[in-house]
Design a protein around this ligand. Structure first.
Ligand SMILES: C[S@@+](CC[C@H](N)C(=O)[O-])C[C@H]1O[C@@H](n2cnc3c(N)ncnc32)[C@H](O)[C@@H]1O
Length: 335
């Protein structure tokens, strides 16, 4: 089998998989297998510190995040999380003292209201509000149909919606949980005591968290020159027109090329997580980053693989690598 190197100076590169080889063989060549590759993380083994049940949440990534922090030369001064959502990675980093402090960034103003309330010292108020609320379908409808008079009330409404809407999805068109756990319907994800405790715990670390309701891309640019900063990047999965992120988040549109270009300028370390899509792998290759495949269980308990992308992923050697696919040089092709 010839593995001729492509000429990069002119013409176009064409993936051999599209040309002559059977699909199976091409896939085999792109992903380097490990028979003893790690199994998906059991999320029940990870402390749940976020008050959110977040679509696309990264609780399952926590053990890998800890391993990444262990491989840093010294404790990073700061962790930047430009697409924070439920924020489990920042919260873990701060609670477990893996970094000095964290900057969480999120564009969704409902989610932002929760984080803003926490960093402004309103966690105890939120905990009390949760404990005192008598949750029924009627009280929820009444509560969330009134315009919130303050950021704190908006934060409470967000938690209420997140815990009663199907899948915790706050994007347009989401309906209430139907049967839920044990047929408990709308109350099936409402654990007032647990939620209140999580907010009380958050109050203890709030002085080590900065929150910004801004564009994550700009915040990456802002910190790019600082070498003692690490960046955990978990964008909406919409590269190549993928729909998943669109259904889950209000802010799903993202210039993925711009994100990858911004990552090239990061002086410190960064890690990105993405869906294992061909468009994403191509972007990572174009920008010279490494990739590993990491198994996770989705909400339907099916095992999928997500991509981890970074500058140097040797510390992830136990995970399957993604190699350069074989390519053919096609002179003068313009398709
Ligand atoms: C995949 S989710 C992050 C989930 C998070 N890692 C967790 O564990 O909960 C992506 C998040 O990015 C937010 N987002 C989308 N575009 C953004 C932008 N330009 N700046 C900041 N946040 C953005 C979305 O609202 C969504 O909450």
């Amino acid at each position: 089998m010839s593995k001729a190197k492509p000429h990069l100076s002119h013409g176009r590169l064409r993936h051999r998989s599209k040309m002559a080889k059977p699909r199976q063989a091409a896939l085999f060549s792109e992903f380097a297998g490990h028979d003893d590759a790690p199994k998906p993380v059991n999320v029940a083994s990870v402390p749940q510190r976020s008050p959110f049940r977040y679509p696309g949440g990264k609780t399952w990534f926590v053990p890998t995040f800890r391993a990444w922090m262990k491989h840093q030369k010294s404790k990073p001064r700061l962790l930047i999380e430009p697409f924070a959502g439920g924020g489990i990675i920042s919260l873990t980093a701060v609670f477990e003292d893996l970094v000095g402090s964290a900057v969480m960034v999120e564009l969704d103003e409902d989610i932002a209201a929760v984080w803003q309330t926490v960093v402004d010292g309103g966690a105890a108020w939120l905990a009390k509000r949760i404990l005192e609320f008598e949750l029924t379908r009627e009280t929820v409808v009444q509560e969330i149909s009134t315009a919130p008079p303050s950021t704190q009330e908006r934060a409470f409404q967000t938690i209420l919606k997140n815990r009663t809407l199907h899948g915790g999805i706050l994007a347009e068109g989401s309906g209430f949980v139907k049967s839920g756990e044990g047929g408990k319907g709308i109350t099936s994800r409402w654990y007032p005591t647990t939620l209140a405790k999580r907010f009380e715990n958050l109050d203890a670390v709030r002085d080590r968290i900065d929150f910004r309701c801004e564009d994550g891309l700009q915040v990456i640019d802002e910190y790019a020159v600082a070498s003692d900063v690490v960046c955990f990047i978990d964008p909406p999965y919409t590269a190549g027109g993928k729909k998943a992120g669109k259904r889950l988040y209000r802010h799903y549109q993202l210039d993925h090329e711009r994100l990858f270009a911004a990552c090239e300028n990061i002086r410190g370390e960064f890690l990105m997580t993405y869906d294992n899509a061909v468009e994403v792998r191509n972007l990572a290759r174009k920008h010279g980053f490494e990739m590993r495949l990491i198994p996770m269980n989705n909400t339907h308990h099916a095992t999928l693989e997500e991509l981890v992308i970074g500058k140097n992923l040797q510390w992830m050697d136990q995970f399957r690598a993604v190699r350069e696919p074989e390519v053919d040089y096609v002179a003068g092709s313009s398709d």
